[in-house]
Write a protein that binds this ligand. Sequence first.
Ligand SMILES: [Zn+2]
Length: 212
Amino acid sequence: MLEIETTSEANRLSLEALSDRIAITAHPEKLEKFSQEHAGFYVKYASVVLRTLKRPLFQKFLRWMLRKENIETQTIRKVEVRVLPYRRRNGNGLAGNCNTYIGKIRIYPRTLKFCQRLIQDFGKDGFASYVRIRARAALIHELLHLKYEKDERKVRELTKRYFSIFAHNRVTKDSHVSHICTILFKTEATEKESCRRLPDSSPSSFPTSSLG
Ligand SMILES: [Zn+2]
């Protein structure tokens, strides 16, 4: 009985697009503690993240990456876009985490305070780019954890490599990308290598011909 249920669940997940498993998870009771403006900011942030992660071009890239890494899409049950930031004691933000056991990924925002500083430094467009880049890098990172589990070094190295492949394959008018990547991978990863560096594998291996 249990076996049948597990099989049908696996079948359902294999047919369902990864994109359909990404959703915003809000806890209204936690949001109530914030001012309307503050809460509104986080709600908007989450909707930008959701839209970014569900974009067909990025989804196509993820399917390619998962195939290349032999990660079964059925192992990903849910991707939660959290509305409120995760606070760590060391003050560093947590971009995401992955429960490899149940296949659940969570993506967290930056704090409002941090975002306000970014807006001051980069302007609104630069900040919007940062939010999108951070969300994509976080999902790539957490998906890789499904395979490499606790090998953080390997996951970080591959995150940078795959993110570079994605970034180099899309037509971007965004002048902030390189700069943001440097900040992002410096503050949220320990390795010194910047994502400006070209990936080892050929970027052309990611099929872009039919992308819209
Ligand atoms: Zn990690």
